[in-house]
Ligand binder design. Structure first.
Ligand code: ADP
Ligand code: MG
Length: 482
């Protein structure tokens, strides 16, 4: 047995979510991403003496919303602390965070890895502020500081060490991204750093109960890199243990260009942050009514919609995945499903026609100009066998987009798109097709039964898609097997 297979990987995450508030956590500076350096700053975010922070109500609301969605206990009286350290991107010399009494306690998120469901427990969620950004690649002589991000509100979600593979981490982070977007608390954009995580990694012999020393890989904002970093770290730690050496508790940096981790600082000589209660901010006191109100305003969550679409609507996994990826699509789909029970036909329509169309003309699906009622009617026309799906997609759909106010049924009538199972009409075409293809008829009769597809195609072509498939195939077989 391979020695590596006798170890398991243990991972716990500290996930940072940058909140989609208009202003910063403790002052009114703008938070828009990508502004010119040092234009979204003020005496408060610069940490000038004598200034006072003031809590952003939205940050609290977003924290409670996320906490409720993750089944946390909401801490009705939570407080802020100062985390002291010296760094060029931190003008105040300390970060305002929650250490002793965070806003959300416990909680969990269920993830699905392959076919298996797994629950990841959360330790807590706390509110804090971001630091500024150092820029090392603009000036050859100096490092520059951009403080636009200093004071931007964050939530930090700390999980229990429940992950056993990089794949589970990947699935969890994607679920988290989807969730914060559904809740509209963050844009979840990993490239812009709105969602990032520190990965705490340790290894232990399978069967062992005790956890070993861990390393913390900082600031992963790409899941591809996180996977590489975890894989590298796992091997590095196993190799050390096999040599009988100790894994030192380090904070690590991952270098994508080499695929390796290297120490940023060592825990032993590292930080004493000298946490103490933030004297400039009062405790956050949350009433039951306040929490209840946020609960009532909660939108349906991705996991609930996945269950609804797969169990109640009986849709295949592939459809469910695409329909629930974004809230906008899921809600749009749900609106149509209020007017019809032909869920699969609606799903096909949304996935195969409406989404691609919206992507092409670069609009959100909620801006699609045909009403849910018309789209339900469109799906019914297909499902009731009145218009073939190919004709509906190729001719009715574009016509409907040109005249979004008009009923699909009326358009179908005007363009005479209804498919026919009228015996006389069908028989005439079937006879013609058989007469025009004597060789194929011969071959079919000698046993080449899959030629039925060829005949179907010919009938569809000469009827311009109007022949109803089931009656056509019955009639064809009847004639060919005579
Ligand atoms: P701190 O960073 O303040 O020391 P904790 O020790 O509670 O905080 O843990 C921080 C993160 O490290 C959590 O996400 C936790 O799940 C994870 N973690 C703790 N111990 C281990 C371990 N032995 N292996 C992997 N992850 C761990
Ligand atoms: Mg930590």
């Amino acid at each position: 047995m391979n020695i590596y297979d006798t170890y398991e990987t243990i991972i716990g995450l500290e996930v940072h979510v940058q909140l989609a508030t208009k202003s910063k956590a403790f002052c009114s500076d703008d938070t828009t991403f990508g502004a010119d350096p040092n234009t979204h700053i003020s005496v408060i975010s610069l940490g000038h003496p004598g200034t006072l922070p003031k809590m952003n109500k939205k940050q609290v609301e977003f924290a409670v919303r996320l906490g409720l969605a993750l089944n946390c206990e909401i801490n009705p009286r939570n407080t802020f602390d100062r985390k002291n350290y010296f760094y060029a991107d931190l003008p105040k010399g300390y970060q305002i965070t929650q250490d002793a009494s965070p806003i959300c306690l416990g909680g969990q998120l269920e993830i699905k890895v392959g076919e298996e469901k797994k629950t990841i427990r959360l330790h807590h969620i706390h509110m804090e502020e971001d630091a500024g950004k150092l820029i090392h690649d603009v000036d050859p002589e100096h490092s520059l500081v951009d403080l636009n991000r200093a004071g931007v509100p964050l939530l930090e979600i700390v999980t229990e060490p429940d992950f056993r593979s990089a794949e589970e981490v990947d699935v969890f982070m994607n679920a988290m991204r989807q969730l914060v977007r559904y809740l509209e608390v963050s844009d979840g954009n990993m490239e812009e750093g709105s969602l990032r995580c520190d990965c705490n990694v340790s290894v232990r012999k399978k069967g062992d109960i005790q956890l070993n020393e861990r390393c913390e890989i900082k600031n992963m904002n790409s899941m591809r890199y996180a996977r590489q970093a975890i894989k590298f770290e796992r091997k590095r730690q196993i190799d050390l243990m096999e040599k009988g050496e100790r894994v030192a508790q380090n904070t690590l940096n991952f270098d994508p260009s080499t695929g390796t981790t290297s120490p940023l600082r060592q825990k032993e000589d590292a930080h004493d942050y000298r946490y103490f209660p933030e004297p400039d901010l009062p405790p956050i006191v949350l009433s039951e009514q306040y929490i209840e109100k946020i609960k009532l305003e909660m939108p349906p969550l991705p996991n609930e919609l996945v269950d609804k679409f797969s169990i109640e609507f009986q849709l295949p996994k592939y459809d469910v995945g695409l329909l629930t990826e974004e809230k906008e699509t899921a809600f749009f789909f749900l609106e149509i499903c209020k007017k019809t029970n032909n869920y699969k036909a609606v799903s096909n329509l949304v996935i195969n026609k409406i989404k691609p169309y919206c992507n092409e003309v670069k609009i959100g699906i909620s801006k699609f100009k045909v009403s849910p009622k018309s789209l339900a009617e469109f799906a019914d026309l297909i499902e009731d066998g009145k218009v073939s799906s190919s004709i509906a997609y190729q001719r009715l759909f574009p016509a409907l987009i040109k005249e979004p106010e008009k009923s699909p049924e009326i358009i179908a009538q005007e363009l005479s798109l209804f498919q026919s199972n009228d015996e006389g009409f069908l028989e005439k075409i079937v006879n013609e097709v058989l007469e025009n293809n004597p060789k194929e008829v011969e071959a079919y009769k000698k046993g080449k039964k899959n030629l039925i597809g060829f005949f179907m195609g010919q009938v569809m072509k000469s009827s311009r898609g109007k022949a109803e498939p089931k009656s056509t195939s019955t009639l064809l077989r009847k004639k060919l097997e005579k």
